[in-house]
Structures are given as structure tokens and as C-alpha cells.
Design a protein around this ligand. Structure first.
Ligand code: FE
Length: 135
């Protein structure tokens, strides 16, 4: 995987509130989750790249998207090494690995160890945190 350094984007929560839709704000800035199967990209099979809906940085490629059966868009790896960061999420009585955009810190979803080869990882993302650009 190619590496990509992301310059940090600092923006006040007030600014985010003004520039994001309420749903994007809820997911990206308040660690929200959208319902499975009722979101934009879980069944999207078009070729292209998925950008962060907040800061537009490139996060995932359709080349690594797979059918997870979960109802959320799922990828086995990020677009490049450095696109996302993983932090521990201990809410709801579980320990999960939360995935955030490395540039703006926006919450994207979680990563699990039950993905397909070659990485064995499943990046389970919220469509509302992403913006698809067809290629
Ligand atoms: Fe971002």
C-alpha cells in the first residue's frame, strides 16, 4: 500500500455544524451510526474513490470494497497507509476499534478482524461519513 501523509485540519465544531448536513455531523463529529441497508453506499458497485464527507480526503477505493452482508459499505484496506487512524472505542460495554479520518479526525466507523484476504480486516464504514466519486 502506498503511504500518504495527511496534514491535520483544525476546524471548530461550530464550523463543522455549519458546513456538514445534520446526518454528517451526527456521524463524523458525534460518533454516530446509521442504520444498515438504509444508507447510500452499502450496495454501491460503481468504480471510484470514497472521500471523507468532512474534509474530502481520499479514504477508500472501490477496488477493496467487498460484500460483508452487514448492510454497511465494507473495505478490506484504506486507500493508502495514513488515510485513517484507529482508536479504541469502549462505549456500549464493548471494546471496538474506531476508525477516524487522519486529516480531520471525523468518525467513520469501526474495523474488525473478520475481513477477507489479503488483510483479514473489515473496515465497516458509515455511508454518511463518505462521499463517493465515480471514476
Ligand atoms: Fe476527513
Amino acid at each position: 500500500m502506498r503511504s500518504c501523509a495527511r496534514e491535520k485540519l483544525e476546524r471548530s465544531e461550530e464550523d463543522w455544524k455549519r458546513t456538514l448536513t445534520p446526518e454528517q455531523f451526527r456521524i463524523l463529529r458525534q460518533d454516530g451510526t446509521e442504520p444498515p441497508f438504509r444508507n447510500k453506499y452499502w450496495d454501491n458497485h460503481a468504480k471510484g474513490v470514497y472521500l471523507c464527507a468532512g474534509c474530502k480526503s481520499e479514504l477508500f477505493s472501490s477496488d477493496t470494497k467487498f460484500e460483508s452482508g452487514t448492510g454497511w459499505p465494507s473495505f478490506y484496506e484504506p486507500a493508502c497507509d495514513g488515510a485513517v487512524e484507529v482508536t479504541e472505542d469502549k462505549r456500549f460495554g464493548m471494546v471496538r476499534d474506531s476508525v477516524v479520518c487522519a486529516r480531520c479526525g471525523g468518525h467513520l466507523g469501526h474495523v474488525f478482524n473478520d475481513g477477507p484476504p489479503p488483510t483479514g480486516l473489515r473496515y465497516c464504514m458509515n455511508s454518511g461519513a463518505l462521499e463517493f466519486r465515480e471514476e
